[in-house]
Design a protein around this ligand. Structure first.
Ligand code: HEM
Length: 469
């Protein structure tokens, strides 16, 4: 074990002390956290400052921090002195998921998995992603109000299944999509995760049984698909993620086992669709309320410039932080933070939402203003939508590309108008989604509307007006 860093101040309490936090009993904190996470965290930040402790029953003390120096130290340095705090995902994603591997094995797995998610590899999927997004947008009826979150989820699921599984097998994809989609309700997530605090299956729980049965069905389908892929005579020519993972070798020349591959596919599909779909729904809500941003997007894209589009995606992921806790870590050595030194019995939660709402970093943090990302490059610990360190999001380049292509297609194909006041963030598992399900009014984009007819009424006061053919 390495030497403990010198005490940062003389006021350090004992090695076992915890930062203060809400005094409410554990069950009350659970209810507040479950049903109103944004207000629970905002109130606790306001009362306790950068770092505070949340206490939930059946859970280790959770220290929530937006202290950037602590975040830097959590994300850098020797990866072997820290472990993930992702045990909760064990029963759903499987023991061999990248999210759950211990440090030494995790490093090897990341080396094997990075190539298909590298920026250049991901860009080769652009045309297909654009096609899938455009096909979906063409079905959004002009003159109507659309809840954009469900169709966004369908399209991101289609994209990730195709990219990850490779071959186009509509039956397999449809069955997997139905199973994954069935977990997108709060009750299903509760069934999978809540009774299994440390990620062990609670078979005694009647709500969870059907959820586990669906997970097992999904694992069976994926295992059969992996077996077919291993013997595919075209394996060497395939460029999907699964084919690349089947071919990948670690430094000792070993490949991934069938269980490794199965748990990895579950993780990639689960981690890779709901998150991006939620960001798409937020994009619809925000753009509907910010016509000036839409105008500038159209102007810059028409001039062949993509910087403003990139800045819009960055700002979207800041102002509506999707994964509000960007990382959970357990330090195997005493970890100084503020006035305290945390032990390994504590989970440290990185409060990305708190960092992104800091007015010193982002003046008027609640304002949606892509321009702020045009000037200076973002400091890595001040901008953490994809987490950081060893477990930083493997799909960050893919998600960013999907969002750029989605926003580009959106401003090209449709005119958005607000159907409700700006949505509130509500917790859906590990993400914060729009309270309105991304409800927006749809009309054709101006150039298309002008081109197709002169006596067309384009709906802007939505739900009431229709677009006449
Ligand atoms: C806007 C979309 C997305 C957001 C906001 C997001 C966010 C995150 C965050 C914060 C983490 C860190 C978790 C931790 O430290 O424990 C993470 C990890 C991960 N993400 Fe994403 N993600 C997104 C899209 C994707 C996509 C499209 C994929 C698909 C390939 C993906 C795959 C993963 C995987 C496999 C990990 C675990 C990496 C590891 O443990 O080493 N994510 N993501």
């Amino acid at each position: 074990m390495t030497q403990l860093a010198p005490a940062p101040t003389e006021t350090i309490r004992s090695a076992t002390s915890l930062p203060p936090g809400p005094k409410w009993p554990g069950p009350v904190q659970t209810v507040w956290y479950t049903f109103a996470q944004p207000s629970f965290f905002a109130a606790s930040r306001a009362r306790y400052g950068l770092t505070w402790t949340m206490r939930l029953p059946n859970f280790p003390p959770a220290v929530v921090t937006r202290d950037r120096d602590a975040i830097r130290r959590l994300f850098t340095g020797d990866p072997l002195v820290r472990r993930h705090g992702n045990d909760l995902f064990r029963s759903a994603f499987g023991e061999r998921s990248v999210l759950l591997l211990e440090p030494a094995e995790h490093l090897d797995r990341r080396r094997m998995e990075l190539p298909p998610f590298h920026g250049q590899a991901v860009r080769s999927y652009s045309e297909r992603i654009r096609q899938l997004i455009t096909t979906e947008l063409e079905t959004w009826p002009p003159g109507r109000v659309v809840a954009t979150h469900p169709p966004a989820r369908a399209v991101t699921l289609e994209i990730i299944l195709e990219l990850v599984l490779g071959v186009r097998d509509p039956e397999l994809q449809a069955e997997l999509a139905a199973i994954f989609d069935s977990f997108n309700t709060p009750l299903s997530k509760l069934a999978l995760f809540l009774p299994t605090t440390l990620g062990r299956r609670a078979w005694w729980n009647p709500i969870s049984k059907p959820a586990y049965a669906r997970v097992d069905r999904m694992r069976g389908l994926l295992s059969a698909h992996i077996a077919r892929t291993r013997t595919d005579p075209l394996l060497g020519k395939r460029d999907d993620v699964l084919a690349m993972l089947v071919r990948a070798r670690d430094q000792d020349g070993h490949g991934l086992s069938d269980i490794d591959l199965r748990d990895e596919l579950v993780t990639l599909v689960a981690a890779g669709h709901e998150t991006t779909a939620t960001a798409m729904a937020w994009a619809c809500d925000l753009l509907a309320h910010h016509p000036a941003v839409v105008t500038r997007l159209r102007e810059t894209l028409a001039a062949g410039e993509r910087e403003y589009l990139k800045a819009t995606v960055k700002e979207l992921l800041r102002v509506r932080t999707i994964v509000y806790v960007a990382a959970t870590r357990q330090m195997l050595e005493p970890f100084p933070i503020g006035d305290w030194i945390l032990g390994p019995d504590v989970l440290i939660l990185v409060d990305a939402q708190g960092v992104h709402a800091d007015p010193e970093l982002y003046p008027e943090p609640q304002a949606f203003r892509p321009e702020r990302f045009l000037a200076a490059p973002s400091d890595s610990y001040a901008y953490i939508p994809f987490g950081g360190g060893a477990h930083r999001c493997l799909g960050a380049a893919l998600a960013t590309l999907e969002l750029e292509l989605f926003i580009e297609a959106l401003v090209d194909h449709v005119e958005l108008a607000p159907a409700r006041p700006l949505a509130r963030p509500v917790r859906r598992g590990v993400t914060l989604a729009p309270s309105t399900h991304g409800l927006v009014g749809i009309a054709r984009a101006p150039q298309r509307a002008v081109a197709s007819s002169q006596n067309r009424t384009v709906g802007t006061a939505l739900g009431s007006e229709t677009t006449k053919p």
